[in-house]
Design a protein around this ligand. Structure first.
Ligand SMILES: *Cc1c(COP(=O)(O)O)cnc(C)c1O
Length: 394
């Protein structure tokens, strides 16, 4: 069993590089630059510097005492919500912007769903004076208007995508189109562990800092490894970032939490691993939501960050080899999770992270008392407040 993809970028049967011929050279260039940077002490030092001084790492592994008492567990929250720009995404965008500089590419493009990746990209691009264009579905631009404003304030150009479902999947198509035409000058920053090789492994490695820190923090605080890891799964970057470092610790049980939207049997959800089938989307082979003709279905979740019909290939691999279990939480349950954590710990989580909290409440009824659980709090809830305030939450 391996946690590295093979030469062609496959984790078991998942992953690969399904792209137009015009992009192969760019992907190879990226892979070479990335492999070089991995071994380059100067690059590593530079990245570490910005993660610490600019983004605010290490993030606390916070013992949630009130929540722990309430659930009869020992719950630790990995506080990615405290990072600059409000979520784990900055770990990846800082890494990729530094890589772009190494490749001498001074134009950055990105796609965004919740707007969080767009903001994290615009933040990193602004810091290094790079030109930045972000593709965003019209639907998401409405849902996350404040993030659109943030990106513009940071100097990015936001391109409104009106095709298809007008969400992340369509924005990704447009970004790929841009990249094909401008590949010599432009680096495309993908926001999750999706896309063609080497993105899934590269983004994972940039996010693995979450699990590396969490592992040493829990060993320091508890003198042992946790019993459970839990994280929400959209594309799967915060989750794999936490899980990766624990891959070989077979006693640590791993749960990925997808969005069940209106319910797994409603047809309106984003649970690619729980309900999807294997196919190809955005350059890689993985579980995804498709109909019998292979048409991609429209995903639904109350949280824009989980609203994606695919999932990173490494998660499909974890599922296949049973290293992780994937479960799903509905919109309603996630809203309850948001309310619960806000009230019991004074922490307002992102709606995405609230899915993991909601599952923690469910799991607490089944798992052994006093178990140590590490939950990834991938982001803060501020971005969701306008939308949530219009729903019946209180
Ligand atoms: C984007 C986002 C997610 C989903 O992305 P992953 O790649 O699955 O981590 C989860 N939480 C927050 C706060 C996000 O912004």
């Amino acid at each position: 069993m391996s946690k590295q993809p093979d030469q062609k970028g496959y984790f078991g049967q998942f992953g690969g590089k399904f792209v137009p011929e015009t992009l192969i050279a760019a992907l190879n260039e990226l892979e070479t630059a990335y492999n070089h940077s991995k071994r380059d002490p100067k690059f590593k030092k530079q990245l570490q510097f910005y993660l610490k001084e600019f983004a605010g790492r290490p993030t606390p592994l916070y013992y949630a005492e009130q929540l722990s008492k309430h659930l009869g567990l020992k719950v630790y929250l990995k506080r990615e919500d405290l990072l600059h720009s409000g979520a784990h995404k900055i770990n990846n965008t800082l890494g990729q912007v530094l890589l772009a500089l190494q490749m001498n590419k001074r134009r950055i493009i990105a796609e965004t769903g919740a707007g969080q990746h767009g903001v994290a990209t615009a933040v990193a691009a602004a810091r290094f004076g790079l030109e930045c264009e972000v593709y965003m579905g019209e639907e998401d631009m409405h849902r996350q208007a404040l993030n659109v404003f943030r990106m513009k304030l940071l100097g990015a150009k936001v391109n409104c995508v009106t095709s298809g479902s007008k969400t992340l999947k369509d924005a990704t198509n447009e970004a790929i189109r841009d990249w094909v035409s401008n590949v010599r000058t432009t680096h495309y920053i993908l926001g999750s562990v999706v896309g063609p090789h080497p993105y899934p492994v590269m983004v994972r490695d940039f996010q693995a800092v979450i699990g590396k820190e969490a592992r040493s923090q829990i060993l320091q605080k508890e003198k042992r490894l946790p019993d459970y890891l839990m994280a929400c799964v959209g594309g799967g970057s915060n989750a794999i970032g936490l899980f990766h470092e624990f891959f070989n610790d077979k006693k640590v049980k791993i749960f990925g939490i997808e969005a069940a939207g209106h319910g797994l049997s409603s047809g309106q959800h984003a649970a690619s691993l729980s309900k999807g089938t294997v196919g190809i989307l955005h350059g890689n082979k993985s579980y995804l939501l498709q109909d019998n003709d292979g048409q991609i279905k429209i995903a639904h979740s109350v949280s824009a960050g989980l609203d994606y019909p695919g999932v990173g290939p490494e998660h499909s691999y974890y599922k296949k080899i049973k290293r992780a279990e994937y479960v799903a939480i509905t919109d309603q349950e996630a809203l309850q999770g948001l309310k619960n954590l806000s009230r019991i710990e004074g922490i307002i989580p992102a709606l995405e992270s609230a899915h993991a909290i909601a599952y923690l409440y469910k799991a607490a009824k089944k798992i052994k008392k006093k178990s140590i659980v590490v939950v990834c709090l991938s982001g803060r809830g501020d971005k969701d407040m306008e939308m949530v305030s219009k729903l019946k939450v209180l």
